[in-house]
Design a protein around this ligand. Structure first.
Ligand code: PMP
Length: 370
């Protein structure tokens, strides 16, 4: 067996059978911005229907460079931007291009499920290292797991599934690690970069000591509520881009031209700074609704996820608890153990609050009865 094909969606399947409210999968259930819809309809009538350039539409790449400059103060050439078919393809392509048989890739658990498979497919070894109990990087353990074969460290901030956002001390520790191991590369999954709350989001774009050894991945799916469009981008230095393009060319050649054109115009009309407050209102609504429930809500500092401990309610495994939650109580959530290589179960489940307030209220009503 090349890799485990355990998918989180397996845990959301029973919800269809039982008509449960879906707080399991991470996608919004509200309409997209009408302005984006307008751009899509408008550009669809223009001459944008043939292959786009390999690396993406120049205008869209330019807008992304502008966005990176405006958000993080980093100047990048548009040749350092690659438009990808979602962050997933950016991650897959990066790993296929840069990691070779016999090498090792460090993944911090609990981790999103699209990291490990491409490592195995590259003939490399995925080294899964647990985060601390409170979902922070365990720098000592990370150091201990670095060998001569270690090629890449994958980080994800803001973090799915925990909703944790890195602190300054984590970045300082990361810089020390990268300095100590000069050949180590970094893949920074920042798909929730614009969904951060009180603490704000610091990006690897802002860390001058390591940004030149980093591939930074983002997703328009998360930023503009268009997960089904499957479009995102990565930013990396030219010497890494040259390698990544060799895989990108034969994997997809180029990404959906209409979506690229629509996003290029939309980026002029939208303010990504509004996304954090938009989701913060949803997070606060959901948390306030569950305040008197028997769930213990852990901090949600970023992303659109809220993790909750259920150990006061049940001694069952998190997988079994989620099954019962769906079938008996009509709310679907994801057990955190499925994000862990060793299936470690902390009695914690993940809710997605990227939903209308009406859906959230219906879920709150059900969850408060448990
Ligand atoms: N990374 C993380 C942490 C995610 O949560 C997701 C989507 N759930 C992705 C990557 C994939 O993003 P995309 O849909 O743009 O491929």
């Amino acid at each position: 067996m090349l890799f485990r094909s355990v998918s989180q969606s397996r845990y959301s399947r029973p919800l269809q059978e039982h008509g449960a409210i879906n707080l399991a999968q991470g996608f919004p259930n509200f309409p997209i911005d009408p302005l984006l819809q307008e751009q899509l309809l408008r550009v669809a009538q223009e001459n944008v229907h043939q292959y786009a350039p390999l690396q993406g539409l120049p205008l869209l790449r330019q807008k992304i460079s502008d966005l990176v400059k405006q958000q993080y103060g980093r100047s990048i050439e548009s040749s350092e931007v690659l438009i990808t078919a979602g962050a997933t393809q950016g991650i897959f392509t990066t790993i296929q291009a840069l990691v070779f048989p016999g090498e090792e890739v460090l993944i911090l658990d609990p981790s999103y499920d699209c990291y490990e498979a491409p490592v195995h497919l590259a003939g490399a070894r995925a080294v899964r290292i647990p985060l601390t109990e409170t979902f922070e990087p365990d720098w000592e353990r990370i150091h201990d797991n670095i060998s001569d074969n270690t090629k890449l460290l994958i980080i994800n901030n803001p973090h799915n599934p925990s909703g944790k956002v890195w602190s300054e001390s984590d970045f300082v520790a990361l810089e020390a690690l990268m300095q100590r191991y000069p050949k180590l590369l970094l893949l920074s999954d920042e798909v929730y970069e614009f969904i951060a709350y009180e603490k704000g989001h610091q990006s690897i774009h802002q860390r001058s000591a390591i940004k030149d050894r980093a591939i930074i991945v983002s997703s328009f799916g998360k930023t503009f509520h268009i997960t089904g469009w499957k479009i995102g981008y990565l930013v990396c230095p030219s010497k890494l881009m040259d390698e990544i393009l060799k895989v990108h060319q034969f994997l997809v050649f180029c990404v959906n031209s209409v979506a690229q054109a629509a996003l290029a115009s939309y980026l002029d009309l939208v303010d990504v700074k509004l996304l954090g407050p938009f989701y913060q209102q949803k997070r606060d609504f959901f948390r306030a609704g569950l305040k008197d429930s028997r769930f213990e809500l852990l901090p949600s500092e970023g992303s659109y996820f809220q993790v909750a401990k259920f150990t006061e309610i049940s001694a069952k495994s998190d997988v079994e608890f989620c099954r019962e939650l769906t079938i008996n109580h009509g709310v679907a959530a994801i057990p955190i153990s499925v994000f862990n290589a060793d299936a470690k179960d902390q009695g914690i489940i993940r809710f997605c609050f990227a939903k209308t307030n009406e859906t959230l209220q219906q879920a709150i009503d059900k969850l408060c009865k448990i």
